[in-house]
Design a binder for this molecule. Structure first.
Ligand SMILES: Cc1ncc(COP(=O)(O)O)c(C=O)c1O
Length: 436
């Protein structure tokens, strides 16, 4: 067991002043287990007690280069000397937008926000404004942020409440969301070609947008079946629905052009956040100019005091320069493949039935005997065994989420040596779990 005396004492103070001691529900793991972090560098983090971990959580995705990356920090330090918030366009903001347009296939126009939630919220409003329709489709198990419209049937919703696969019930996440909002959403099983076709046919003329995480960044990184994203695009074209790729986790991670590039399908709009700023709060949404051009005074509202602030733009500028000047994500994918192959082999040797999932840069695995292609299939996952293995990893200084739904994220700083170290500790952790 690792020491947590200091972490616990800080967390006890946190409980007095922060609700549940955290600034996001998802960070709370109980009164005696919630981690308190002190610092990070590269692919490693240290908690308040000084315990060191190889980090595969990476802040749930934003760290694409490494924690406290000197190149990004320096760019931000330089830029903030000039002030950061002006309620006006800056040249740096234009430069960053030009880089995104150049890097992302089919990207014509965009707007900056600060969080993924704001990006998806505005993307939905834009789609509604463009089509003059109000409802939208999302897929079960996908998370699109914390605004009311999208908080249905996410990764944390009980599968038992989702109703039959053939007529899914949207499950509201928590309380505080007006019940009538349910009427605006259709939740469908991912990777089910027929279910989507049937839904758009049945609700022809009602659906403004189809939101999809191109690979399931909140469910082990499960990837789309061959042709699934193209199928969505065809249906959206046919039924005048705005196709929105939620690339908050996949953008600037799968490839420089994100899922559009990795899977070769170009949606109408995409949303970005996480990797854009290597941890600085920045997000964006954008795509076809014809759709984006409904934004403006008198039509669709997009606003935000801190949008495109100088600190975030400087961080994003540095990240985009680094990604476009060297094959960071391709190299990452090579190391990610090595990690995936190694984990797979160790699980096979231990006789544990499992399924590897995801793109090498955002991957995971499930302990399961049945194939998994969408969230409902998690009903067969042996979460207890996964949690035991991850508990053993944590004790050995490797930190991936103990919930198998959250994928392992890789960053530039995960060197070959770090991958080897991870695999050695994984071998020990699996053996300890199997023989416990
Ligand atoms: C796919 C996806 N969309 C949107 C969001 C919301 O982003 P944020 O937490 O920055 O509001 C998340 C957050 O994890 C996400 O994974």
């Amino acid at each position: 067991m690792l020491s947590r005396e200091k972490s616990q004492s800080i967390f006890n103070r946190a409980m007095n002043v922060l609700t549940q001691g955290v600034s996001s529900n998802f960070r709370y793991s109980g009164p005696d287990n919630t981690p308190v972090l002190k610092r990070g560098k590269g692919a490693r983090v240290w908690d308040a007690d000084g315990n060191e971990f190889i980090d595969y959580r990476l802040g749930w995705g934003p760290i694409i280069l490494g924690h406290a990356d000197d190149r990004v920090n320096q760019a931000v330090a330089e830029s903030i000397k000039n002030g950061i918030t002006f309620a006006a366009t800056t040249e740096l903001e234009v430069e960053v937008a030009e880089k995104i347009v150049k890097m992302v296939p089919g990207m014509e126009k965009l707007r900056f926000t600060n969080t993924g939630t704001e990006a998806t919220m505005h993307a939905l409003r834009t789609a509604r404004g463009y089509t003059n329709k109000e409802k939208f489709i999302k897929f079960e198990g996908q998370y699109h942020g914390a605004h009311d419209y999208v908080l249905f049937s996410t990764a944390s919703s009980p599968i038992s409440a989702m109703g039959p696969r053939t007529s899914p019930i949207p499950v509201q996440v928590g309380t505080g969301i007006p019940d009538k909002i349910r009427d605006y959403v259709y939740c469908l099983p991912f990777n089910d070609f027929d279910a989507v076709k049937q839904c758009v046919k049945d609700h022809h003329g009602e659906v403004a947008a189809m939101f999809v995480e191109p690979c399931l960044g909140n469910i082990v990184g499960i990837e789309p079946k061959d042709g699934f994203l193209a199928h969505l695009k065809t249906l959206c074209n046919e039924y005048n629905i705005v196709l929105v790729f939620d690339e908050v986790k996949t953008g600037f991670r799968l490839a420089n052009g994100g899922a559009r590039e990795a899977y070769g399908v170009i949606p109408d709009i995409s949303t970005y956040a996480k990797s854009l700023g290597n941890g600085f709060p920045v997000a964006a949404f954008g795509g076809r100019a014809e759709v984006m051009d409904v934004i403006g005074g008198g039509s669709v509202t997009h606003a935000g005091t801190f949008g495109a602030n100088g600190a975030s733009m400087a961080a994003t500028n540095a990240v985009l320069n680094i990604l476009s000047e060297s094959p960071v994500l391709e190299n990452l994918a090579e190391r990610g493949k090595r990690l995936k192959t190694g984990l797979d082999q160790i699980l096979t040797d231990a006789g544990l039935p499992h399924q590897m999932a995801g793109h090498p840069n955002i991957q995971g695995f499930l302990i399961t005997e049945k194939p998994v292609q969408e969230v409902r299939d998690l009903a067969h996952s042996n979460d207890a065994m996964y949690e035991t293995i991850m508990g053993n990893m944590y004790d050995r200084g490797v930190w991936a989420e103990s919930d198998p739904r959250e994928p392992w994220f890789l960053c530039e700083a995960h060197s070959d040596e770090i991958i080897d170290e991870t695999l050695n500790r994984f071998q020990d952790s699996v053996q300890a779990a199997v023989h416990s």
